[in-house]
Design a protein around this ligand. Structure first.
Ligand code: CA
Ligand code: CA
Ligand code: CA
Ligand code: CA
Length: 83
């Protein structure tokens, strides 16, 4: 609760617990409280720990559950390899 998040009248599944801009209800799609094969962790902004948050991975088409997928993320590769 740092005051920067948008107020959410229905709370619960519309909250963004980990602050990665994906709502809890989008990350835990079936709302069972566990991270299933196609879901990302609503409590961890970077589910696979590759340094790119789940929102960025989904937006760029890489796999938010596969730490190796960051290597295929052209958006970030381009940023660091422009010389
Ligand atoms: Ca989230
Ligand atoms: Ca789930
Ligand atoms: Ca990631
Ligand atoms: Ca990844």
């Amino acid at each position: 609760m740092d005051g920067t998040e948008e107020s959410d009248k229905d709370g619960g599944l519309d909250a963004d617990t980990d602050g990665d801009r994906l709502r809890d209800g989008d990350e835990d799609a079936d709302s069972d409280g566990s991270v299933d094969a196609t879901e990302t962790d609503p409590n961890i902004p970077d589910t696979d720990g590759d340094g790119i948050d789940d929102f960025e991975e989904r937006a760029s088409g890489s796999d938010p559950r596969d730490i190796a997928s960051a290597n295929d993320c052209q958006v970030f590769v381009d940023e660091f390899e422009t010389r």
